[in-house]
Design a protein around this ligand. Structure first.
Ligand SMILES: Cc1ncc(COP(=O)(O)O)c(C=O)c1O
Length: 392
């Protein structure tokens, strides 16, 4: 069973104070993850994972800068105290709200589609903004914990196709822009053969870009650092992960004869394990052979199981390793058959070992600090869950 991020007593108090469903985050876990990533020149937090203002403020206090993917995220970062120069706007398009926001707050951009080059040049001419841009490249292959989050290869909409890089750099130069960095976000997983491919691709792409007129001084290895959602899953070997990127940076710096800044851009890694979703059991029922615990959190609070078949371990407050358990399906209150937290990637029920539950028991859905509250909706006219960051 996963250890809970806070004592049961604290969680009970928080549930009584704020009601359920309730997202609870631990600042201590976030601090520890930031510390672990020391060694990179910059940690850029992908705030899509969790943009709670207190989470952003905490990360800023730890020297972590941010990646924003929409006008709304730019505004969240600014509201949390980030300076425009500490925010990079990364996207595969500029929608009209993003253009408006960038007009108001010229900030660095990371362009994931070729057509954005001329659009950014036009924006910059009218409203100013950095001349240096990053290009997000799709190297032709990818990786991801589920098909829907694979961020490379031709089935991914993300990034500039690698064969167009030379042309894109030349187009940027013609527009008066300077490509000063490349970004590859293609999910690294714990698969080091894949990481080696990513690093090799980065080196080759830097050389192509440089020949075409870029002046590479920043490398961004993107995010995608995994966390062990299941008990017994290995943790990412950070020593190996860092070494692969540091060696890549070193080779590129030598070939280009200049200092290169190395960025990493995790979302999940920094916050997923800091959070849990507290939910109250409202009743238990048996349908044939299946035992259902129906809880007050639904897929409008946490969409990952319904959307990707993502696994989140669930435990009951008071449950210990010695507690007798029975296979239980945990389902939410929404008027949708798919509103179930315990499913596999094909959507089949995957019961979890839970004690005999009754109405009023509290369950923790673990590792929900990333892509939990930030992907929530108000479907079925439900309010968003409250979120609490506990520090100390
Ligand atoms: C450009 C970019 N950077 C970083 C991330 C963060 O990924 P993760 O939370 O898996 O680290 C994403 C995720 O979609 C992304 O698109």
């Amino acid at each position: 069973m996963k250890a809970r991020i806070l004592p049961d007593e604290t969680l009970r108090k928080l549930a009584a104070q704020h009601g359920t469903p309730l997202y609870v985050y631990s600042a201590a876990v976030i601090r520890e993850r930031v510390r672990e990533l020391g060694g990179f020149d910059r940690i850029r937090y992908a705030q899509k994972a969790n943009a709670h203002p207190e989470v952003l403020r905490l990360l800023r206090s730890l020297g972590v800068v941010v990646d924003a993917v929409s006008a709304g995220e730019v505004r969240q970062a600014l509201a949390a105290g980030y300076q425009p120069s500490e925010i990079v706007y990364t996207a595969d398009l500029f929608d009209r709200r993003a253009l408006e926001e960038l007009r108001r707050h010229p900030l660095p951009v990371n362009l994931g589609s070729d057509f954005m080059i001329e659009q950014y040049a036009e924006l910059r001419e009218k409203s100013g903004g950095p001349r240096d841009i990053l290009l997000r490249i799709n190297p032709g292959f990818g990786h991801g914990h589920a098909r829907k989050v694979n961020t490379g290869g031709e089935t991914s909409k993300h990034g500039i196709w690698f064969e167009q890089l030379r042309d894109c750099v030349q187009r940027a130069v013609r527009c008066g822009l300077r490509v000063h960095g490349l970004h590859l976000h293609i999910g690294s997983g714990t698969d080091f053969d894949h990481l080696v491919r990513v690093c090799q691709a980065m080196e080759q792409l830097c050389m192509v870009a440089e020949e075409a007129g870029a002046h590479i001084e920043v490398l961004s290895g993107g995010g995608g650092l995994p966390i062990p959602y299941r008990m017994g899953e290995p943790r990412l070997d950070l020593v190996r992960y860092k070494a692969a990127w540091m060696e890549t940076r070193q080779r590129i710096a030598q070939r280009l004869g200049r200092t290169i800044t190395l960025e990493v851009e995790p979302g999940r890694y920094l916050v997923a394990e800091s959070g849990l979703l507290l939910t109250e059991v409202r009743g238990v029922k048996q349908s044939g052979s299946v035992r259902y615990a129906i809880v007050d959190a639904g897929f409008h609070n946490l969409i990952r199981p319904a959307m990707y078949g993502a696994y989140h371990q669930i435990s009951a407050l008071g449950q210990t390793e010695r507690t007798a358990t029975r296979p239980t399906v945990v389902a939410g209150p929404r008027c949708e058959s798919g509103d179930v937290f315990t499913v596999d990637t094909l959507g089949h029920l995957l019961p979890q070992a839970l004690p005999d539950l009754t109405c009023g028991d509290l369950l923790c859905i673990h590792d929900t600090g990333a892509y939990g509250a930030s992907m929530a909706s108000t479907y079925n006219a439900q309010p968003l869950a409250a979120e609490v960051l506990v520090d100390g």
